[in-house]
Write a protein that binds this ligand. Structure first.
Ligand code: ARG
Length: 465
């Protein structure tokens, strides 16, 4: 009787199961470049410390050069039977140069090797994302500049609250992204210490020079504790946490684009580049790209939760659990790259419709606060009382079915006899927005000043952020 225990894909038995669960090369091959870079530095350090001779060092470097070329050209063959990227590269080096290859792993373990490779990968990912975020800020600032005077309703509770400018609204996202960049850069600063030379966990008896290795790999210094060096994945968690907050911001913006581009709002239009028609309803133009950016935040949060869960309660030092760190980070990076490209694309593509925004800003008594402020400023009425009087005037306008500015002076005076003709100067949406001159407020002149400041703070290479 044949055993059915090892059925299906694993019919070959325990060996096949072990290979499938153990192998990481399917995804960690993305570390190949960093692995080669790390090996070059390690080899150079071994030569300089006199731990391997110059000839062997040169043989290793030339083998690595050849492998680098194959990897860059997509000609390197990764074998799952060799488990991970590190073993694949070492095996190939042995094929290419023979015995000297065996000296490269002196004073090194895969534990410090993978930690080093992964730190370098995340570091490069952060640099990439920072560049993309800078581009997004730049197109948002340009759009804000074109619409520093464009009146739209500002919302609270998604109810029209007070008139603001479209430029001011866009600059709010420039600030959020500025903080995102700060979080990534902060994480980068902390991760930039080199684990290599920590060995498996305890350090090594070989007289290595960890400072030299760190320097060759552009790290600020070697990590101070060998056990921490091989078991820390905070850097990946910080990357995922910063990514999650960024994804939240992108999804909030995407949601606004969905709302703004609806027929009911009609504040912005997208070309076919970022929207699609419906297969059944000819009138529809669906903001698919924005909807997907909104949705993809879920994947990014998933990456953070995955790695937090993997790391929670893991005893020191390395455990194979930690191999699960990479896919979460790679997938998050890929998702963010796509979402950032889509978001930047949509900002450039979108055409605001100022008439629709202005009409919406004028509906719903959005200048009621201006009326209350005027009562306090012009008539010295305490603000709480101004608020009550304004409530009565809004009720009058509601009953009459008109806007505040369309009431007569006599009608206004029925609520508060001291009101004068001058009140009409503050009831338009333009006057309202223009009056918000406090620091950080929405007045068009403020917005123009904020645009100038934002360019200086975020787009000037020396200052940012
Ligand atoms: N592929 C492994 C990982 O990503 C490399 C480290 C393996 N170390 C070990 N002791 N098995 O974590």
């Amino acid at each position: 009787m044949t055993s059915k225990i090892w059925g299906g894909r694993f019919s070959a038995g325990p060996g096949a199961i072990m290979e499938e669960i153990n192998a990481s090369v399917g995804f960690d091959k993305r570390l190949a470049k960093q692995d080669l870079h790390g090996s070059r530095a390690h080899c150079a350090m071994l030569v300089s410390a006199g731990l391997i001779n110059k000839e062997d060092g040169e043989a290793i470097q030339s083998g690595l050069t050849r492998i680098e070329k194959d990897v860059a050209e997509g000609n390197f063959i990764f074998k799952r039977s060799l488990e991970d990227v590190h073993m694949n590269i070492e095996a190939r080096l042995t094929d290419l140069i023979g015995a000297p290859a065996g000296r490269l792993h002196t004073a090194r373990s895969r534990n410090d090797q993978v930690a080093t490779d992964f730190r370098m990968w995340v570091r490069a990912a952060i640099d990439n994302i920072d560049e993309e975020l800078c581009k997004l800020q730049s197109v948002l600032i340009d759009k804000a500049e074109a619409h520093a005077d464009t009146i739209m309703p500002g919302f609270t509770h998604l109810q029209a609250a007070q008139p603001v400018t479209f430029g001011h609204h866009l600059l709010a996202y420039v600030e959020m992204i500025g903080r995102d960049r700060g979080r990534f850069i902060d994480a980068r600063r902390r991760l930039n210490e080199c684990p290599l030379g920590a060995g498996a966990l305890a350090g090594t008896s070989f007289p290595i020079d960890r400072h030299l290795t760190a320097e060759k790999l552009d790290f600020d210094r070697p990590m101070a504790n060998s056990m921490d060096a091989v078991s820390d994945r905070d850097f990946a968690l910080e990357f995922l946490a910063a990514s999650s907050i960024l994804a939240t911001h992108l999804s909030r913006f995407a949601e606004e684009l969905v709302i703004w581009s609806s027929a009911q709002f009609g504040f912005v239009r997208f070309t076919d580049a970022f929207s699609t028609g419906s297969s059944m309803m000819p009138q529809k133009r669906n903001p698919d790209a924005a909807e997907l950016v909104r949705a993809k935040a879920g994947r990014v949060f998933g990456g953070l939760i995955t790695l937090l869960t993997v790391m929670k309660a893991l005893p020191l030092t390395y455990s194979k659990d930690m191999q699960e760190d990479k896919e979460a980070v790679f997938a998050t990076f890929d998702t963010l790259e796509l979402c950032l490209a889509a978001t930047t694309g949509m900002v450039v593509d979108m055409t605001p419709v100022p008439e629709r925004m202005r009409a919406a800003a004028s509906a719903g008594f959005t200048t009621a606060t201006d009326l209350a402020d005027w009562l306090t400023q012009a008539l010295n009425v305490p603000f709480r009382e101004s608020h009550h009087i304004t409530g009565r005037i809004v009720k009058l306008a509601e009953d009459k079915g008109c806007d505040l500015s369309e009431l007569t002076l006599a009608e206004m005076q029925s609520a508060e006899p001291r009101i004068t003709e001058a009140v009409f100067g503050v009831l338009t949406v333009d006057a309202s927005a223009a009056s918000r001159t406090s620091f950080g407020g929405t007045a068009p002149n403020n917005v123009r000043a904020q645009i100038k400041a934002a360019r200086e703070r975020f787009l000037n290479k020396k200052a940012a952020p």
